[in-house]
Design a binder for this molecule. Sequence first.
Ligand code: SF4
Length: 446
Amino acid sequence: MRLPIYIPQLPGQKYSCHGCGSCCRDFTVQLTHADLQKLQEQGWKERLGQEYVVKFRGHSWLKQKDDGACVFLGDNGLCKVHAEFGLEAKPLACQFFPFMLSPNVRDTHIGISFACGSVMASKGAALESHRGDVRRMSELLPASAPMPVKLQDNLIASEAEVDMIETALDAWLSKKTISPSMRYQGLAWLITSLLQANLKNVRGEKLRQLLSTLTNAVEHELPLLDWPEPTPRAWKLLRQAVFTRIEDPKIGDLLKRGKVASVFGQWSRSRKWAAGKGITPQTLGFCSIDFDRFQSTTGVFANHIEGDLQIQKTPMHNASTHSLDAESSTAMLHQQDSAAMDNLLQRWIRATILGGRAWGSGLYGLSIDQGLGLILVNLLTALWLARFHAAGRGAQQASLMDLQVAVGRVDRTSGRAVWLATAGERLRVKWLSHSDSLRLLARALV
Ligand code: SF4
């Protein structure tokens, strides 16, 4: 029996493929047995005059060109398989992207990847309009045993409990009366509280009461808390988390360099990120800068002004009004960017939670508390990377473009990179939450 499809209610989120080809340049696609058979029947070896599959660590993958793009990406920026045989002729993973399916016991939640430029820019048709395609794709997957969602450790969450948590966090994220910095500091405090609580005795109605108390208290509680600077260890763990989310070598490079050189290169880059001194290792899409330059940037929402910015228009034109106009326009641009960045982060985190990518089958089978901890670390690494990207172009503060690069980069690995499912990553989240560093880092970064 097929599970019903659940598409989250996100009226501000749209998507249609605009054929930019960035997913074809960016991702390494693993092939299923059915994909291999389909491509073989289409006769691609003869058409391309070369092999299109590469074997790596016991799996088959689509071969990539020297620049990392898929072997099927044509000079016109379009997929040759799609152009020749249509959407359904493509490998499953290519058909699915940017949708991500997360089955649980009740339904299959539909998530979306912000590594897609159209999702990021919310460009295209309403998510609901893709229901038919998503249903068709879900039927191509082998039916798997329903995966129950765990609340904490091995405690199975009831459907009502999952709804309560989704609803409480979504209500906080969509709250219109709070500033962006309050929104993300509050989110860090809420998730840290869940990670620190022993939920064994807080089930059903008690959990509802706990969530309601926390979400009502957060605005009053935050100003009363101590806010020391995050410790050097907290920054170090965050930089390591950044490294694990941006390191995604191409199979062709790994094969060319060989196992020993690849492992050594990775180890050496990871040590440099952890040390946080000197010049940053080369990272695709980012300039190499001195780590100290990061310190000179301000928080992502540091210049946010509450309410609408009123620009006084005057018919007089003299030197002082010109400079006032220039200042006003800069402030206006900052304000517009700030609102757009808040909108992007809200859409991203809401779509992640409501789309089933924050725990369970959508996130390495993690329990709700562990999964939310990992998503919060994703958010912090995106804020860190946005500032890092801004520093690379000599700016003091991140703009919308910096944040888009950062979110796209972080979201492409979430739920996909196997190394984010390791015990080491879980320990990092645990240490950061139990030392209260998640909320301190959130404050320092926004
Ligand atoms: S990144 Fe998104 S818009 Fe671009 S080709 Fe891929 S699915 Fe289409």
